[in-house]
Design a protein around this ligand. Structure first.
Ligand code: NDP
Length: 287
């Protein structure tokens, strides 16, 4: 008799809320394209106080892994057996691999961002980088660009959460080779003359607030600046439109999203997915 298995290989995402997470569309399109049967991506709403139970469930059901999105990226650290050096520095995990009950955590947001930057022909090495925002995405981007040899990183963040920015600056200065400074974001930010790469790592411009843009003096954007957004939906934000108007090169946050999903699939299945298929699937569901 032909040997068959109806066992499902389970991965997915824990979030709260989780309903708007497009991971299932992107990942299952890749699974279908790879022809791997019985891989399922589950979108799971986990209340913050139930994360431990959810992790126990993941182990009990022998799930191959899970993505963690807000608000679980920090809280999940205590349940892991091993954490990648970059995720340890960033202090956040968005991706877990379960190998026979042992949980390994990594941060593929930062890795996805770096792949996106390099596919635009940009290297962080020796560059002066300005990052708007000091939250999860800002930290991942700051740590990865610093580890890739950035010369100087400026974190621009609203002063209400000065501690967050200060801890990131301290980390960059002590744990990476990059110089770092914090600029409180109190009025229209003027991009410094020596800035090479300007990155929006705030949620400003994310659907449904599609007309919003970071508070910047846009006339300080020069044609030789590279401007990068982390917002995946819409891909072309007003922030990028302003950069384009001033002749600067730019890159959307969609590549970062697709890259991190592709890295996740590779870490779970060992197979390289087709990013074009994944991008098309994502584009079919965004507004
Ligand atoms: P966080 O909430 O952790 O951090 C957001 C940061 O932006 C904080 O520093 C926050 O400051 C700042 N901020 C928020 N609103 C404003 C505002 N109006 N003016 C100035 N600063 C502001 O979010 P994340 O870092 O996790 O996510 C940020 C964005 O990155 C999201 O839109 C998300 O979609 C995107 N992202 C994209 C990914 C991709 O693959 N393309 C991956 C991960 C995230 P404060 O803390 O002081 O409020």
């Amino acid at each position: 008799m032909k040997e068959i298995s109806f066992l499902d290989n389970l991965v997915g995402v824990f979030g709260h809320p989780a309903a708007d997470n497009p991971g299932v569309v992107i990942q299952e399109a890749a699974f279908n394209d790879l022809g791997i049967e019985r891989w399922r991506f589950l979108t799971i709403d986990v209340d913050p106080d139930k994360l431990g139970d959810a992790i126990a469930g993941l182990k009990a059901m022998k799930m191959r892994g899970i993505n963690c999105t807000l608000p679980h990226k920090l809280a999940v650290l205590e349940y892991l057996d091993e954490i990648s050096p970059a995720a340890k520095l960033i202090g956040a995990v968005n991706m877990i691999v379960n190998t026979d009950g042992k949980l390994f955590g990594d941060n593929t947001d930062g890795k996805g961002f770096m792949e996106s930057l390099s596919s635009a022909g940009i290297s962080a090495e020796g560059k002066n980088i300005v990052i708007l925002g000091a939250g999860g995405a800002g930290r991942a981007v700051a740590v990865e660009t610093a580890l890739a040899g950035a010369k100087h990183i400026t974190i621009v963040n609203i002063p209400q959460d000065e501690k967050l920015a200060a801890s990131l600056i301290e980390l960059l200065k002590t744990k990476t080779g990059a110089a770092a400074e914090y600029i409180p974001w109190t009025d229209a930010f003027k991009v410094p003359l020596d800035c090479d790469i300007l990155i929006n790592a705030t949620p400003i411009g994310l659907y449904p607030n599609v007309n919003d843009k970071p508070n910047i003096d846009y006339d300080t954007i020069r044609p030789d600046l590279f401007v990068q957004d982390v917002i995946p939906n819409p891909a072309f934000t007003p922030f990028l439109a302003e950069a384009e108007k001033r002749g600067a090169r730019w890159n959307t946050g969609m590549g970062m999203l697709i890259n991190q999903a592709a890295i996740n699939i590779e870490m779970w299945t060992g197979l390289k997915p087709n990013k074009k298929v994944m991008t098309k699937a994502f584009q079919s569901v965004i507004s």
